[in-house]
Design a protein around this ligand. Structure first.
Ligand code: PLP
Length: 450
């Protein structure tokens, strides 16, 4: 229920003209049943909006136990002696609408397999989203390539496709977009740029199971797509990952690399070990857990989408709360996290950490403030200062890299992002009302937080 709705554009214009208070009072949505203004903030000793616990994660079905036990009792725990990993690969490829899937030990190893197989080598450059989990950066560094960041689009939280071309040079080999938070990146523009510059596209879909761009699953839109099945993920197995693709020859090479370089399929045996490779294999135990978890993935995805849309409708008119935007071509998101931006100017300049603490006190857990500008962390300098990177890249290139290593839109987003974990979206509409009520209560009592 929203009273006196005004558009955000009108609100922002008026706010920038210094009319925040007057406009805000017209823009505030109504609460459930009570006046939150009258009620005291929980962080100041008042009653919290919510005391009921939230769904925990992961959720498993008892029927998984017999499958795990049967693997245990078989003694075939390794994919070379069992059938479960291959069975999972077929099922996951089908679910994704991809020709092939290769299961891996983790999302990180999936990225390493994809980068290596598509020919990203020491001394190459890879265009990467700066707003991501650190594993995306690490996979590029571990390949001894240079991750070159293109700034973030703060509205969608995704790599800004209009900032990619200016980062391409003669050493650029690949674009590695991340469908971060489970919201699809702009794959039409990214693929068009890749085609124009003859680059490969590796999708980091490690948070984007079942997300769709124009009806096609994320992870199947570029040359290869990578997934993670770590404990917090929507398809969890403790650890695990996958590479999906449609080219048999490339997928055979992926298999070969993930299995010590041992020939596979079309990779011919010219000698015992025709290529380099590692052990990035998935275990049989992981595969049976994944097949059991797959049974709930579709209905969970639907629920997260319904609740995300509902939550957006409840919070979008609260001044200073800017929900994420999905591109028009997104047919479904995965919502590994539900993000919005917090504009403290509309909350009496209450810093984000105080807003988060107030939310937590109201019974709404927040999964931290999100990713920081990690390209300013030690790992980038540690890599650039290493003997290997100094050999591979000229002094001029590294100097320019350091000079350009600022992404203002991303840095602003890192200061403003607020995210809810996926399991909060598995609740009811009433649960979403609690989240919206807590945010509004804090907004209305913002003067008490200063
Ligand atoms: C965006 C992204 N990329 C890569 C990874 C790496 O996956 P894993 O932890 O399975 O190695 C993760 C995992 O959290 C991720 O969120």
């Amino acid at each position: 229920m929203i009273r006196n709705k005004i558009t955000r554009r009108k609100f922002m214009t008026a706010a920038s003209a210094g009319a925040i208070a007057a406009v805000a009072s017209r823009a505030i949505p109504a609460y459930g049943n009570q006046s939150k203004k009258a009620s005291k903030l929980a962080v100041r000793g008042g009653q919290p909006v919510r005391t009921k616990p939230w769904p925990s994660w992961p959720i498993w079905d008892k029927s998984a136990e017999e499958h795990i036990l049967s693997v245990l009792r078989s003694g075939n725990w390794y994919r070379g002696r069992g059938t479960k990993v291959s069975e999972f690969e077929k099922k996951y490829a089908k679910l994704m609408g991809a020709k092939r899937c290769l299961a891996t030990a983790s999302g990180t190893t999936a990225l390493l397999v994809a980068l290596h197989t598509l020919g990203v080598d020491a001394g190459d450059e890879v265009i990467v989203s700066p707003y991501t989990f650190i594993a995306t950066y690490n996979a590029v560094f571990l390949t001894k390539a240079l991750p070159v960041f293109a700034d973030t689009d703060p509205e969608t939280f995704q790599i800004n496709p209009d900032k990619i071309e200016e980062r391409i040079n003669e050493r650029t080999k690949a674009i590695l977009p991340v469908h971060i938070l489970g919201l699809p990146a702009n794959m039409d523009k990214i693929n068009a740029i890749a085609k124009k510059h003859n680059l490969v596209v590796i999708e980091d879909a490690c948070q984007a199971w079942m997300a769709e761009w124009k009806g096609k699953k994320c992870g199947t839109l570029g040359d290869l797509g990578c997934f993670s099945f770590q404990n917090s993920k929507h398809l969890p197995a403790g650890e695990g990952g996958a590479v999906v693709g449609n080219d048999d020859e490339i997928m055979d090479r992926c298999h070969c690399f993930h299995h010590c370089g041992i020939p596979y399929g079309s990779v011919k045996r010219t000698s015992s070990y025709p290529t380099r490779g590692g052990n990035h294999r998935m275990q049989e135990f992981q595969a049976v857990i994944l097949m059991s978890q797959m049974e709930r993935l579709e209905s969970d995805t639907q629920k997260r989408n319904e609740n995300a849309q509902y939550l957006t409708s409840k919070i979008r008119d609260i001044p200073g709360i800017i929900p994420h935007k999905l591109y028009d071509q997104v047919t479904r998101a995965a919502y590994h996290l539900y993000p919005f931006r917090y504009k403290k100017e509309h909350f009496n300049n209450v810093p984000r950490n105080k807003f988060l603490a107030a939310l937590k006190a109201e019974g709404i857990p927040c999964s931290g403030s999100g990713y920081g500008p990690q390209y300013k962390d030690g790992l980038v300098e540690e890599a650039l200062n290493s003997r290997g990177y100094k050999r591979l890249y000229s002094k001029e290139r590294l100097k320019r890299y350091r000079q350009e290593n600022h992404y203002p839109d991303n840095e602003q987003l890192c200061k403003e992002a607020v995210r809810f974990s996926q399991q909060l979206l598995l609740g009811t509409k009433k649960d979403m009302d609690d989240i919206a009520d807590a945010i509004l209560k804090i907004y209305e009592n913002r003067d008490k937080l200063v």
